[in-house]
Design a protein around this ligand. Structure first.
Ligand code: COA
Length: 254
C-alpha cells in the first residue's frame, strides 16, 4: 500500500481519497490499482450504500502521472487504469465527487461517471489530451458531447483549454459550486440522504440511468486502442519533456 489512495468507510459511505498532494494527486498505476480494488470492494460490501471520490489538499487530481505515461504505459486491457475505469463505470450504487481543486485529464473525465459532483470555487477543469499528443479516454469522446453538445465537446477536447467551476456548473458537469469550507459537509449530507434511501430501488434507478453501459464500455475500449498507440509517439515524448522542463512544446517538426 502506498497510502497515495486512502479509503474510509463510515455510516454507509465509502470515501476514496487521492492522497498525493505534493504531486497534485497525480495518479500512478499503483494508485489506479488501489482505487480499483477499493471501488470493487465497496460495490460488494452491502454496508456501503454510497461512494465518494475526493482528493487531499488543494487538488482533486492532476490526472495521470506524466512520468508513468512514459515509464509504465498501460499495455493490457486489465491494466490498473482500465480496472479503475470499469470499476467506476459499472459501480452499481450512487457516486458523489467532491472536487476540492484542480481536476485535469482523468480528473475531469472521471466526473462523467459520477452521479453527483460538487466543486469548490477554485476548482479548475481541463481535458488536455490533444495538448499532450493523446486522445480522449474514459468514454469522454462519447459522454462529453452528451453533456455539452458536439461543438462545446470539440472545443474542450481539441483546444484543451482549462475552465473554471462556474463554467463547469453552466455546462452541467457540476451540480453546485460550494465554498471550500462547506464541500465535505455538502458531500456528506447528500451521501447521508442517499444512504437512507431504499438501496435496491436506488440501484435499479442508477441502472436505468446507465442503460447504455455497453456503449460506454465499447467506447472506453476504442479510445484505449488509439490512446495506447499515441503513448508510443514522439509527439507525446516532446509534450511530456516540455511539461517537466517548464517550457512550451514544439510540434513544428512532426
Ligand atoms: N504527473 C506528474 N507530476 C505532476 C503532474 C502529473 N500529471 N501534475 C503535477 N505534477 C507535479 C509537478 O511536476 C510538480 O512536481 P515538483 O514539485 O516535483 O516540481 C508538482 O506536481 C506540483 O505541480 P505544479 O505544476 O508546480 O503545480 P501548479 O499548481 O502550478 O499546477 C497543474 C497544477 C495541475 C495545473 C499542473 O501541475 C499541470 O498542468 N499538471 C499536468 C496535468 C496533466 O497534463 N495531466 C495529465 C492529463 S492526461
Amino acid at each position: 500500500m502506498t497510502e497515495h489512495v486512502v479509503t474510509e468507510i463510515a455510516d454507509g459511505v465509502a470515501t476514496v481519497r487521492f492522497n498525493r498532494p505534493d504531486k497534485k494527486n497525480a495518479i500512478h498505476s499503483g494508485m489506479y490499482a488501489e482505487a480499483a480494488s477499493a471501488i470493487a470492494a465497496a460495490a460488494d460490501d452491502t454496508n456501503v450504500r454510497v461512494l465518494v471520490l475526493t482528493g487531499t489538499g488543494d487538488a482533486f487530481t492532476a490526472g495521470n502521472d506524466l512520468k508513468d505515461f512514459l515509464e509504465n504505459p498501460p499495455k493490457e486491457h486489465d491494466a490498473p487504469v482500465f480496472r479503475f475505469m470499469h470499476a467506476l463505470a459499472n459501480f452499481p450504487k450512487p457516486v458523489i465527487a467532491g472536487v476540492n481543486g484542480v481536476a485535469v485529464g482523468i480528473g475531469t473525465t472521471v466526473l462523467l461517471h459520477c452521479d453527483f459532483v460538487y466543486a469548490v470555487p477554485a476548482a479548475k477543469f481541463q481535458l488536455p489530451f490533444v495538448n499532450l499528443a493523446l486522445v480522449p479516454e474514459f468514454a469522454s469522446s462519447l459522454l462529453l458531447a452528451r453533456f455539452l453538445g458536439p461543438r462545446r465537446a470539440a472545443e474542450l477536447l481539441m483546444l484543451g483549454e482549462a475552465f473554471d467551476a462556474k463554467a463547469a456548473e453552466g455546462f452541467g458537469l457540476v451540480n453546485a459550486v460550494v465554498p471550500a469550507d462547506q464541500l465535505d459537509a455538502t458531500v456528506q449530507a447528500k451521501a447521508k440522504a442517499l444512504a437512507a434511501k431504499p438501496p435496491a430501488a436506488l440501484r435499479a434507478t442508477k441502472a436505468l440511468l446507465n442503460a447504455d453501459h455497453a456503449e460506454v464500455a465499447a467506447r472506453i475500449a476504442l479510445e484505449a486502442k488509439e490512446f495506447g498507440a499515441r503513448l508510443k509517439s514522439d509527439e507525446l515524448k516532446e509534450a511530456i519533456a516540455a511539461f517537466f522542463e517548464k517550457r512550451q512544446p514544439d510540434f513544428s517538426r512532426f
